[in-house]
Write a protein of this length. Structure first.
Length: 71
């Protein structure tokens, strides 16, 4: 039974890594948009939406890697 639980955790870990990488990539794509470039030019900082995708992607990726290595 422990093997089944370990496999389920590995699947969840891989899903978290994929989702985290996807969110980070989506944030990267948003950072190149015209509205994002304009906001960055005016304020000097990246828009909150872009930073949210970067942070959520990084957290998902790190947690996924941790769970994958742990099990």
């Amino acid at each position: 039974m422990a093997t089944s639980s370990g496999n389920a955790m590995k699947i969840i870990a891989v899903m978290l890594m994929v989702i985290g990488a996807g969110l980070a990539f989506w944030g990267y794509q948003l950072s190149g948009s015209v509205s994002s470039e304009l906001t960055e030019a005016v304020t000097g900082a990246a828009p909150e939406k872009v930073m949210t995708f970067y942070i959520a992607g990084a957290v998902g990726l790190v947690v996924g890697i941790y769970l994958f290595i742990k099990n």
